[in-house]
Design a protein around this ligand. Structure first.
Ligand code: SAM
Length: 378
């Protein structure tokens, strides 16, 4: 059981065998995302594109026609089953570590519950997450993001949190040097903020779609005097986030709410950040979230978001096809609809001035990240 000298950060340790299995899954995922996708691209350039042209008199123009070109490729079918299997194995192996450690996390939660809290946790008993996300097992996470009403589980948050670095490294967006639970992406987004704006000293910071809260800690680390808030739909994630933050002695206020309707006061925040929130929202909710962010910002406040860089106009047809496959088969149902969205237009429609919005790409690992947002007029 975790004690004060061994907090949850040090308690979260895969055993030798779990670590070996997780390393295997990471290597398998790295292989299917890297080498196998390169082989698919070569097959397309050398053969499939020409077969399609012979049949249709033109090259594939979009992900749908591209998928048609790939449909009978044995390599594509093998790639699909390898991605699917590696995702299952990821949940299984990380799940073993989380299931083994959940009692220690619960014991720590019970112990911390006896002390005054630094931050807070506001859950709503009758909260119903919006459609369609509440019916989807995002990332094919077993059981999804939302537990049954009245549940007190920590494992949904633990399982998500346990997979973040493994998944990121296998996508080429990390180098394997970051321990599970370090707020590496929060820190990265703060770097993206610094690259775009002069230093700021926010009084209050909001992490929209904070999930299990592990990235939120980066904002308190960077701005120790600021009040830091995290809002998410998922009670299990927030419950985990509250425990994780309190365990590390970090004051964060977690609130269960839709990012489009947080219930927080006008102009409360000088900085609003989201990390991979928007590619998990349907396009009818995205404009409302942007309006809410604009309402919550104080004059001169900054809204900055980091998300998936899969806008189709910058992707080859094979990459559009493999992304589309993930949408259909691998628990990423909103990826492409988000990628099709003109976020600058949406930000302007939400109230940001055209001269104050941005949407571009920053390097990350061997890839890139999509960074977008706006500054509220003064
Ligand atoms: C991919 S997770 C990212 C979590 C966290 N930002 C991180 O980086 O670890 C996306 C999160 O967005 C949340 N989410 C999706 N739609 C939302 C909405 N409309 N309002 C609030 N949170 C939302 C999900 O519950 C999930 O926790």
């Amino acid at each position: 059981m975790a004690t004060d000298s061994q907090n949850l950060k040090t308690a979260y340790r895969p055993t030798h065998d779990e670590a070996a299995r997780q390393a295997f899954v990471g290597a398998l995922k790295g292989y299917v995302n890297g080498s196998m996708e390169s082989q698919l691209a070569a097959e397309y350039d050398n053969q499939l594109k020409f077969d399609f042209m012979e049949k249709h008199g033109q090259e594939p123009r979009d992900r749908y026609q591209g998928t048609e070109a790939f449909r009978h490729s044995h390599l594509y079918q093998l790639w699909g089953s390898a991605v699917y299997t590696s995702q299952n194995l990821m949940w299984e192996t990380v799940g073993d570590t989380c299931d083994r450690l959940e009692p220690a996390f619960e014991a720590r939660q019970a112990m911390l519950a006896k002390r005054p809290t630094l931050g807070s946790l506001e859950l709503q008993d009758d909260f119903v997450p919006p459609d369609p996300i509440r019916h989807v097992e995002i990332h094919r996470q077993p059981g999804g993001y939302f537990g049954p009403a009245g549940s007190t589980d920590l494992h949904r948050g633990m399982h998500y949190f346990g997979t973040v670095e493994l998944y990121r490294n296998a996508k080429g967006l990390g180098d394997g040097s970051v321990a599970v639970g370090e707020p590496s992406m929060g820190r990265y987004l703060l770097g993206a903020l610094q690259r775009r704006f002069d230093a700021i000293k926010p009084r209050a910071v909001l992490d929209l779609g904070c999930g299990p809260g592990s990235q939120t800690l980066a904002y308190k680390e960077a701005f120790p005097d600021a009040e830091v808030w995290g809002v998410d739909l998922s009670a299990p994630f927030l419950r985990f986030g509250h425990l994780w933050a309190e365990d590390q002695g970090v004051a964060i206020h977690f609130r269960q709410a839709n990012a489009s309707d947080t219930g927080l006061p006008d102009a409360k925040f000088d900085l609003i950040i989201s990390h991979i929130l928007f590619h998990e929202t349907w396009d009818d909710i995205l404009p409302a979230i942007m309006e809410e962010a604009h309402r919550l910002l104080a004059p001169g406040g900054i809204f900055i978001n980091g998300d998936t860089p899969y806008q189709p106009d910058r992707l080859s047809i094979p990459k559009q096809v493999t992304n589309h496959w993930q949408v259909i088969n691998n628990g990423e149902p909103f990826w492409t609809r988000f990628a099709d969205t003109d976020v600058k237009e949406a930000l302007i429609a939400a109230g940001f001035e055209a001269s104050n919005v941005f949407a571009d790409y920053d390097p990350l690992g061997t890839g890139e990240y999509f960074i977008f947002g706006g500054r509220k007029g003064t």
